[in-house]
Design a protein around this ligand. Structure first.
Ligand code: ATP
Length: 296
């Protein structure tokens, strides 16, 4: 079975609280984009039927990604294997195209695809809603990745409201060659927020604009509070964002906790020009720049 696991960007991201268990409560609007990992599920017979039952094996073309039980795709399969007492073995082959630790939900989307794939492969009969309920146990972005398209998410990602498909923009995603720890970004945000130095995005306005299909004003409502945490420490993020704006993006924003930045363009030539500028001035390695589109 072959699956596509699509990346997401945050059109808006706000942190509205912190729960006692340390989880941050978010309000966000997420959008899938047409950048995806390719996942193949191979059943026991195809992997040689080693004899040991219920094994979950992972292979991945990216050596940075763990292939043991730390892999989110492994966690997803294990969750269903345990619940449904599946005794067959499975090999999950992951071809990563989504940069790792980029703020594009690469691991979460692999987990979501495996939940959906295992459900189908073994005929478990779980509905999308039931898969979402299991997905939140793996990670905050997994429920959205199961649902796909465009959606509002609240809580720690489990309160999901699908929004209508957004009109087409050209999406230029650039992932600077640096790693931002999600944990660090949220801790830094807590520090900065305590001093009141953040501007919260107007999530309700953005949601209303999408619901009313007023897509033209989407770029003006883009906003991510985590930029206040990451941008002072990682100047490359602001540089990439301003390069996109100077080269004709209608709007640009950091996704998740970074370092990826995307620009929304209405004009293909301008998007291609911005791509060239990012590459030419060595702001972002070419293999980490993606000229793509929304996936609905
Ligand atoms: P998010 O946007 O949800 O915060 P991210 O895009 O910033 O996520 P990921 O690419 O999901 O980050 O990687 C975060 C960590 O998860 C990495 O340290 C990576 O080793 C680990 N990981 C586990 N499983 C996977 C997977 N299938 N693909 C990529 N990374 C994975």
């Amino acid at each position: 079975m072959e699956l596509r696991a699509y990346a997401k960007i945050n059109l808006a991201l706000d942190v509205v609280g912190r729960k006692d268990d340390g989880y941050h409560e978010l309000r966000t609007i997420m959008q899938q984009i047409d950048l995806y990992d390719e996942i193949k599920l191979h059943a026991e017979a195809e992997i040689g039927g080693s004899g040991s039952q219920g094994q979950i094996l992972i292979s991945c073309n990216d050596s940075m990604v763990p292939t043991d039980e730390r892999n989110l795709a492994h966690k997803a399969a294990k969750l269903l294997f345990d619940e449904f007492e599946i005794t067959d073995s499975i090999l999950i082959e992951i071809e990563k195209n989504i940069p790792v630790s980029a703020g594009l939900a690469g691991g979460s989307t692999d987990a979501a695809a495996v939940l959906t794939g295992v459900n189908e492969y073994f005929g478990l009969g779980l509905s999308q809603e039931e898969l979402i309920a299991r997905g939140v146990k793996i990670g905050a972005d997994v429920p959205f990745c199961v649902m796909g398209g465009t959606a509002y998410a609240g809580g720690i990602g489990e309160e999901l409201i699908p929004l209508g498909a957004l009109d087409d923009y050209i999406v230029l995603v650039a992932v600077p060659d640096t790693r931002v720890s999600t944990k660090w970004a949220y801790n830094k945000f807590d520090e900065i927020a305590a001093s009141g130095n953040v501007r919260h995005p107007d999530i309700d306005q953005l949601r209303a604009a999408i619901e009313m299909e007023d897509f033209g004003c989407v770029p003006e409502f883009l906003g991510n509070v985590l930029e206040f945490a990451t941008m002072p420490e990682y100047p490359i993020i602001s540089k990439v964002k301003s390069t996109m704006m100077q080269n004709g993006a209608a709007g640009a924003l950091m996704s998740g906790s970074g370092p990826s930045v995307y620009g929304l363009f209405m004009d293909e030539d301008k998007a291609a020009k911005a791509y060239d500028v990012l590459d030419m001035f060595n702001l972002v390695p070419e293999e980490r720049i993606f000229l793509t589109a929304f996936h609905n």
